[in-house]
Design a protein around this ligand. Structure first.
Ligand code: FES
Ligand SMILES: [Fe+2]
Length: 412
C-alpha cells in the first residue's frame, strides 16, 4: 500500500506535477507511423493531460504541436497540412513542425510579427512503426532507446495500441504482475479450479537492473493430467514500459512483446505495443494472430463476457477460444478499469505475491524524487555509443537459476 500523498505523486502526470516532471524526461509512443501521412488530416491527441495535434509535413517529418492556435485558439486538429506545416483554418496562420510561425496572411506586408510567435511543439522520432515524442525540457532531452522490438531486422514486427479508461500506473502494474496470469488468463477454468490446491505457488523472482527490473515467475496452466508449468519472463524499463519474453525457458530466440503505458490524462491511458518475432530456423515467418478491427474492450460491451460460451474465470474469451489478442486485452482492461479511475493504494491489502509490484512503485517514486532533486532518473541514455540495440534474452532469467523452485520443472 501507499499513503495518499505518495499515491498522488505516483499517478498524477499533468504539467507541473512531480509525476509529470518525471514522465517528461522520457520518450513516449503517441501514434502509429501509418496514422499520419503527408497532407492527411491531422490527428488530435491528448498525452500527459496536454491537448496536442499530430501531423506530417510534405517532407515526411512528423510534428506535434499545441492544439490551440496561438492566435485565437482555434483547434489545429481542423488545420490543413500544406506549405511546410499546418495551417489554422480561421485566419491561415501556418506553423512548421518546430512551432515556428511561417505565415500570418492577415498581417501587414513586411510584418515581422510572425518571427516573434513560438507555438508549443514537441520533437518527434519514428522507430518500429511508432511515432515517439519527448515533452520535457529540451536541454534534458535523452536519446530514444533502441529497443530490440523496434529495430531488430531478422524477423517481423507488429505495432498497435488501444485506450484503457483508468490511470496508467495500475495498468502498468497489471501488465507486470505475473501471478495473475494463472488465474485471469487461464483457459479451461472449470478444470483449473479443481487443481488449484495442488498448483505450486506462483513464485516470483526479480532483481533491480540499470534499466528497471528483471523478473521471472512460475506459471501453472490446467492440464488433463495435472498442471503444466512454465515460466514467464518480463523486463521492466522506466518509466512505464515492459517486455514479455515469450517461449519456453532454454529456447534461444523467441518472441518479444513490448508494451508502453502512456498517460492520456490521470484517468486514461494508452497501451502501445510493438512485438517482434524472429524468423524460424529455415526462414519461417511468424503468423501473427489476426483480429478483426480491434474493438476497444470496455464496460459498454461488458468486456465480451459470456460465462456460457467461455470457460475462463472472467467469462471473457481467452487465448484458445478464438480471440488470442482481443480477449486477452479485454481481460486485463476489465480488471484494471474496474479498480477505479485511479487506484487508492492506501486501501490495498498486499500479499507476498505483490512484492514485485511494491518494487516497481518504489523505482518510480525514486525516479520522481531524482527529478525533483535535479538528477537524471534511471534509464536515461545520452551517449550515442551506448545506445545500441537493447536485447532482451529469455536466458537472462537464468541468472536466477539457483533460486528456481525445482530443477525438473517441465515447461509448457
Ligand atoms: S485562430 Fe488560428 S489563425 Fe486565427
Ligand atoms: Fe494480464
Amino acid at each position: 500500500m501507499l499513503d495518499v500523498k505518495l499515491n498522488e505523486q505516483l499517478t498524477r502526470t499533468g504539467p507541473g506535477t512531480p509525476g509529470g516532471d518525471f514522465m517528461r524526461r522520457y520518450w513516449h509512443p503517441i501514434a502509429l507511423s501509418s496514422e499520419v501521412t503527408p497532407g492527411s488530416k491531422p490527428k488530435q491527441v491528448r498525452i500527459l493531460s496536454e491537448d496536442l495535434v499530430l501531423f506530417r509535413d510534405e517532407g515526411g517529418r512528423p510534428g506535434l504541436v499545441g492544439m490551440h492556435c496561438s492566435h485565437r485558439l482555434t483547434s489545429l486538429a481542423y488545420g490543413r497540412v500544406e506549405d511546410g506545416g499546418i495551417r489554422c483554418p480561421f485566419h491561415g496562420w501556418l506553423y512548421d513542425v518546430e512551432g515556428h510561425c511561417l505565415q500570418q496572411p492577415a498581417e501587414p506586408e513586411g510584418s515581422t510579427f510572425k518571427d516573434r510567435v513560438k507555438h508549443p511543439a514537441y520533437p518527434c522520432q519514428e522507430l518500429g512503426g511508432l511515432i515517439f515524442t519527448y515533452m520535457g525540457p529540451s536541454e534534458q532531452q535523452p536519446l530514444l532507446p533502441r529497443y530490440e522490438c523496434l529495430v531488430r531486422e531478422n524477423g517481423t514486427r507488429k505495432a498497435d495500441y488501444y485506450q484503457i479508461n483508468s490511470n496508467y500506473v495500475q495498468n502498468f502494474e497489471g501488465g507486470y504482475d505475473t501471478p495473475h496470469g494463472a488465474y485471469l488468463h487461464s483457459d479451461n477454468w472449470s478444470i483449473a479450479k479443481h487443481q488449484l490446491a495442488s498448483w505450486p505457488k506462483p513464485r516470483v523472482e526479480f532483481e533491480e537492473t540499470d534499466f528497471g527490473i528483471a523478473q521471472r515467475g512460475l506459471k501453472a496452466s490446467p492440464g488433463d493430467d495435472g498442471p503444466t508449468l512454465g515460466m514467464v519472463v518480463q523486463y521492466l524499463f522506466l518509466p512505464s514500459g515492459m517486455v514479455r519474453v515469450d517461449g519456453n525457458l532454454g529456447e534461444r530466440d523467441v518472441r518479444r512483446f513490448h508494451s508502453w503505458f502512456v498517460p492520456i490524462d490521470d484517468a486514461h491511458c494508452y497501451r502501445f505495443l510493438c512485438s517482434f518475432a524472429p524468423f524460424g530456423p529455415n526462414g519461417e515467418v511468424y503468423d501473427w494472430p489476426r483480429e478483426d478491427a480491434f474493438t476497444p474492450p470496455g464496460p459498454q460491451n461488458d468486456y465480451f463476457r459470456d460465462y456460457d460460451r467461455y470457460d475462463t474465470i472472467s467469462g471473457i474469451p481467452g487465448r484458445t477460444q478464438g480471440s488470442s489478442v482481443k480477449g486477452f486485452m479485454a481481460q486485463d482492461s476489465m480488471v484494471n478499469e474496474s479498480q477505479g479511475p485511479i487506484v487508492d493504494r492506501s486501501k490495498e491489502t498486499l500479499g507476498e505475491g505483490d512484492a514485485v509490484i511494491m518494487a516497481m512503485r518504489l523505482q518510480m517514486l525514486k525516479g520522481i524524487a531524482d527529478v525533483q532533486q535535479g538528477h537524471d532518473p534511471k534509464h536515461i541514455i545520452r551517449d550515442p555509443t551506448r545506445n545500441t540495440m537493447i536485447r532482451w534474452r529469455s536466458e537472462a532469467a537464468l541468472r536466477f537459476a539457483t533460486r528456481v523452485p525445482s530443477p525438473a520443472v517441465p515447461h509448457s
